[in-house]
Design a protein around this ligand. Structure first.
Ligand code: ADP
Length: 274
């Protein structure tokens, strides 16, 4: 869109999230190859504080790889990623060389970035509440008592307040995913990344997870969401990013992307998945 549309959009986003502000996530010319296969071909992505960016596109276009590079679960080859003012995965030495961060520094960066996966990966031998409190206690962000209190609050927020002493195997997939979201929130991350959070769920369980994500959006949580779920892109996104073959092909408001002015390629994709 042109400057007028961008201005209008920014106003719209500010209306919904009065605290939308500085750039929280910045990916610049990010490249990534697996062997000969270049799966990210110079991707640029900006996410401002309080914004929800939804990444859509055909299978194999690099969406999952992109979101995994943002917290260095996948190291990128070229370009740079900055989250909350920190260069992810590397530090630059006095001679301008890029040196990989050590494990402790990397863990520190990751603790500020919440991640929710397609498969919930809860710890099977821990209760729901213990799953949520483990990381903040282990990293000394909170005492056990503080983490218990905050964990209960988060479980209520995801509609799981009644289930805090259950174990993962006693829960449905949708309930497990909501616990996984609470677990990611427990570290008080500045941004939440979601990698296809509903694609492992039975269709009737998808809505309860979408509702939780929409609630977080309303509360002003900054999020990057890879999904095939067009409801998220239409109803929750401030910006939609369309990827194809390792590139961002189109980006804009849901109104733009799904509207009559959206590009043909995106319209064909949307018709195909809806
Ligand atoms: P999407 O999320 O859009 O479906 P992905 O990021 O999962 O796309 O995959 C992009 C490309 O990268 C695909 O060709 C896939 O086969 C390849 N790929 C992803 N992860 C790996 C990996 N760990 N090793 C090798 N190739 C991979």
């Amino acid at each position: 869109g042109g400057p007028a549309e961008i201005e209008h959009l920014t106003a719209r986003i500010r209306e919904r999230h009065p605290h939308v502000g500085d750039k929280l996530v910045r990916a610049e010319e990010v490249t990534k190859s697996f062997g000969e296969n270049q799966v990210l071909k110079g991707v640029n992505l900006d996410v401002h504080r309080g914004e929800v960016v939804v990444v859509i596109g055909p299978s194999g276009s690099g969406k999952t790889t992109l979101v995994r590079t943002l917290n260095h679960l996948e190291p990128h080859d070229g370009g740079q990623i900055v989250v909350n003012g920190e260069t992810i995965g590397y530090r630059i030495d006095g001679d301008g060389r890029k040196l990989p961060l050590g494990d402790a520094a990397m863990a520190q960066q990751r603790s500020n970035i919440g991640m929710v996966f397609q498969r919930f990966n809860l710890f099977p031998h821990l209760s729901v509440l213990e799953n949520v409190t483990l990381a903040p206690v282990q990293t000394k962000l909170m005492t056990q008592a503080e983490a218990d209190e905050y964990g209960r609050e988060l479980l209520k927020r995801v509609g799981m307040g009644q289930h805090s002493s259950k174990y993962p195997h006693q829960l449905s997939g949708g309930q497990q995913q909501r616990v996984a979201i609470a677990r990611a929130l427990a570290m008080k991350p500045s941004v939440m990344l979601f990698d296809e959070p509903t694609s492992a769920l039975d269709p009737e369980l998808v809505a309860e997870v979408l509702d939780v994500i929409a609630g977080l959006a309303n509360d002003g949580m900054t999020m990057v969401i890879v999904t095939h779920e067009m409801r998220l892109a239409r109803d929750v996104a401030d910006w939609v990013v369309f990827m194809e073959e390792g590139n961002v092909v189109d980006t804009g408001s849901p109104e733009h992307i799904f509207g009559p002015d959206g590009c043909d390629r995106v319209q064909r994709f949307v018709k195909h998945v809806s």
